[in-house]
Ligand binder design. Structure first.
Ligand code: PMP
Length: 354
């Protein structure tokens, strides 16, 4: 840290990208970042290329056409949508705009909530998942206005919380904002979108990074009531009015115009996921039921790190979390193509019998 860094950043705890960078060197099958294994369609690539011809101009700061199309697809109004440079940016806007009275989220969930809370000096408390790694909705009560963040389905567990339970959390906390992060909802579970009409303390966050094959384009969005959307847009326009480049806006729009491809890709991932789950169980893994594009699994006798290292040595990168201890025997395995997963299964069979 340089002597010029503002002292408020002395305890900065940034996202560790080292393993991700290592996995990008071309020598691994990357099952560690929950990306889609499918490239964007040719139509999407063409539209991005066309938009490259307008790079001399600033992009539309309101992502007007994209928001209109999203609104149409989600049956909400364009004024109820804000678009971000990945859903991470939306989460950052939310931590910036709200959370004055603190935040709360499960102890095992998407790591960025804690990172952002620390960055923004937001006081946070975590709620333990139950022994089956499920969110306990009744824990989210009497929170004195803390903003509640729930990834649904949750990561890295892959487990979803029923819509009734989500509604209970939203309804029991009228003085708290409830943020439901639905990065993986296209692969399973139920969206909280249907609660937006009746609850004005709810923000639903989504991304193009998983089911829509656009992690590299950096595109996320949220849906909420107009008043909250206006607050988030004001924060956005204060930091980064042109947060979505023209190629990404065009690619995003083209992706939405080709829902058939997205839906077909989702089906493929779900089918492969269920097959890999059964195969892993056959060779001694406990695998949580997943509503996402990844599996969370531990072996009945071998440690999580050992499995992670054995796969890595053989050219397959999965995600291992050394803490908290309660999940250190697990690995998170992104579902790739059927071919990649066949290779993964052959490799893991070899690894557990070595
Ligand atoms: N939420 C969850 C639960 C995630 O797992 C991720 C991706 N790792 C994100 C949000 C952020 O995704 P992106 O910024 O690519 O939209």
């Amino acid at each position: 840290m340089s002597r010029f860094l503002h002292s408020k950043f002395n305890a900065l705890d940034p996202y560790d990208t080292s393993e991700e960078l290592e996995s990008m060197n071309g020598s691994y099958i990357r099952l560690n970042t929950n990306e889609s294994p499918f490239a964007p369609s040719l139509k999407v690539m063409e539209r991005a290329k066309e938009a490259a011809g307008t790079l001399n101009f600033y992009p539309d700061p309101d992502c007007t056409r994209l928001r209109e199309k999203l609104a149409d697809l989600m049956s909400v109004k364009p004024s109820e949508i804000v678009v971000g440079n990945g859903s991470d940016e939306i989460l950052n806007f939310i931590f910036t705009a709200f959370c004055e009275r603190g935040a709360t989220f499960p102890d095992i969930t998407y790591s960025f909530y804690k990172i952002l809370a620390k960055f923004h000096g937001v006081d946070f408390i975590t709620m333990p998942l139950d022994e089956d790694f499920r969110v306990s909705p009744d824990d989210y009560k009497n929170l004195n206005g803390r903003t509640i963040f729930i990834a649904n389905p949750n990561a890295p567990t892959g487990i979803f919380l029923k819509l009734d339970d989500v509604e209970r959390v939203v309804a029991h906390n009228p003085d708290s904002l409830v943020v439901i992060d639905e990065a993986y909802v296209d692969f399973g579970g139920e969206s909280a979108k249907s609660l937006l009409n009746t609850h004005k303390n709810l923000i639903v966050v989504r991304t193009f990074s998983k089911s829509r094959s656009m992690a590299g384009g950096r595109l996320g969005w949220c849906m909420t009531c107009e008043e909250l959307a206006r607050d988030i847009r004001d924060i956005k326009n204060t930091f980064t009015p042109y947060n979505i480049n023209a190629m990404t806006q065009a690619a995003g729009l083209a992706t939405l115009e080709d829902e058939a491809t997205t839906q077909a890709n989702i089906k493929l991932i779900q089918t492969v996921r269920e097959d890999v789950k059964l195969r892993l169980r056959e060779i001694g893994f406990e695998v949580l039921d997943s509503s996402t594009n990844f599996l969370f699994a531990r072996h009945r006798s071998l440690g999580g790190e050992k499995i992670f290292e054995a796969l890595k040595r053989r050219g397959i990168m999965v995600r291992h979390f050394s803490s908290p201890q309660k999940i250190s025997d697990f690995n998170r395995i992104t579902i790739g193509t059927a071919e990649q997963m066949q290779r993964f299964l052959n490799t893991i069979r070899e690894a557990v019998s070595e």
